[in-house]
Design a protein around this ligand. Structure first.
Ligand code: NAP
Length: 297
């Protein structure tokens, strides 16, 4: 008689079901995202856009949220052209209590409910601790941690009512390591660290409702809008493409990275979508890092 592991490596690969029984024949990783509904905040650019694109390609019904309606419309049209899926949009500021309170109505009017939530919208402010203003401190918490907290409070009841759901909170490297200048992160790091802690608490609190909650930590990722912000705030001078490339490599090298390549939005979106999928069914409360080894440097 073949042992389960031999079966897995045979031409008739099978699944091991809970308890070790053998399931039906399957050759590929099954993501199980077709027909799910997904809300992606910050879904009009960068990591959020790539995540929305992948989810749509997997057959999910996607709602993307961001502040600027024009960016949302452009992103939706781009995804629809590539996937032949309808993509819904909602213009909102995740840092606004009122906008987040209105989110369930926007969900009801578009995708109906939320099976998959990606709390991706957020940003960073990098400057010496003694120069962080009260407004920057307040906004750093509001757009990062408070937004994820409040959106989870609005969406988790929908998931409980339907018997489960999956959440990914996108945090950042400043949550898990002290960064070198110019990324002095006393303003952003604590907010991102709070997102990771919230993630593990929610994973524990809602596990019995079939809700999985994981955090994804991107390292240096080249998203054009964010780099433009860093260029004006940190480099404080216009950079040619070649200079910008060298600046990014220099920032990685400053952090002790042996390979200085920056990630692509797709490389982060791949991990987010995996964490949302059936393939990650035993991954809960985890802080999943995609940073090319930055946190070990
Ligand atoms: N790129 C990196 O190297 C990196 C590293 C670590 C962590 N992260 C984290 O990854 C996430 C995505 O970053 P990204 O680089 O992909 O950003 P990005 O390219 O700058 O895109 C940000 C997206 O979020 C939206 N957004 C920004 N502020 C918002 C607000 N207050 N309310 C609603 N939507 C808002 C933007 O659209 P609107 O401007 O129209 O609102 C846009 O769709 C963020 O949480 C970021 O902190 C990124």
């Amino acid at each position: 008689m073949m042992l389960p592991t031999e079966l897995l490596h045979s031409d008739h690969a099978t699944d091991l079901l809970p308890g070790g029984q053998i399931g039906g024949p399957r050759a590929t990783m099954q993501l199980g995202l077709g027909g799910k509904t997904a809300l992606v905040t910050g879904g009009s650019k960068g990591i959020g856009l790539e995540t929305a694109r992948l989810l749509a390609a997997e057959g999910a019904d996607v709602l993307i949220a961001a502040r600027r309606a024009a960016g949302l419309a452009e992103a939706a049209a781009e995804i629809e052209a590539g996937t032949a899926c309808k993509v819904h949009t909602v213009a909102l500021d995740v840092a606004s209590v009122e906008d987040v309170a209105a989110l369930p109505s926007a969900v009801a009017a578009t995708i109906g409910h939320v099976d998959l939530l990606v709390n991706n919208a957020g940003t960073g402010t990098y400057k010496p601790f003694l120069e962080v203003s009260e407004a920057e401190l307040q906004y750093g918490m509001a757009v990062n941690f408070f937004a994820q907290f409040r959106i989870c409070q609005r969406i988790i009841p929908m998931m409980i009512a339907r018997g489960g759901g999956r959440i990914v909170n996108v945090s950042g490297e400043t949550a898990i390591r002290v960064m070198q200048p110019p990324f002095l992160s006393s303003c952003t790091g604590p907010a991102k660290a709070a997102e990771n802690r919230l993630t593990s608490i929610l994973a524990h609190e809602f596990a019995t409702h079939g809700i999985r909650v994981n955090a994804v930590v991107p390292g240096f990722v080249h998203t054009p809008e964010r780099f433009a912000k860093w260029q004006s705030e940190l480099s404080q001078r216009p950079l040619s493409n070649e200079d910008a490339h060298q600046e990014r490599e220099r920032w990685s090298a400053t952090h002790g990275m042996r390979t200085t390549r920056w990630g692509t939005p797709r490389e982060i979106a791949n991990l987010i979508v995996f964490a949302l999928s059936d393939a990650a069914s035993f991954v809960n409360g985890a802080v999943l890092i995609a940073d090319n080894g930055l946190h070990q440097a």
